[in-house]
Design a protein. Sequence first.
Length: 224
Amino acid sequence: MQVQVLAVEDDPDVRDLLVAVLEREGWAVHATGPADDVQRVADEMRPDVVILDVRDGSDDSAGLNVARRLRAGSDVPIVFCSALGTVADRISGFESGGDDYIVKPFSHDELIARLRAVLRRSGRGASPVIRVGDLVVDDRAHVVSYCRHVLDVTRLEFGVLSLLAGHPGRVVSKVELLDRLWGHGACDVNLVERHMSGLRAKLELVGPRIVHTVRGVGYVLRTT
């Protein structure tokens, strides 16, 4: 099932960025401002996780009050996302019902990792095991099997395959793979090509081609 995320953020630019990052993961996102009726939206959509800005304009406690109201009627995981980063700020966030607290500015990968962690702990959201045809990618055990053969893959090969398998049928560009797996400063697409070549060789040793090249764009995982 698709992960449902409620993102509560007063800055429209940050809100748009959150939507883009989360939708790239294949998650469904409803973004709103703290001034909106967050409780009503949460009751209607029943999110798997809530991202909550602590501050609403000049009010440094608005998000904390929202969290308390949400927590009073739900055990939905709450991840605070705030420019307020002192120890006292973090403690206030946790005491208000937060499950995690991330300080702005943050990396996209850190945000996704923290969201996945709270989803795992809560038992909500997507399964850690991805199945696409005869391919199984177990994120928790860090194991890949294809056509009933367990493959000996490197950390980066696992990352590449996990990203592709998480979005079957979607073309993932080499730039996106570089950004997600090697970091924002990486710029050598040959890195992707070398690891992809090794990964394909391992996959095609035990089964038919499943990772395809879209020339001039990137790669896509599909079974037909």
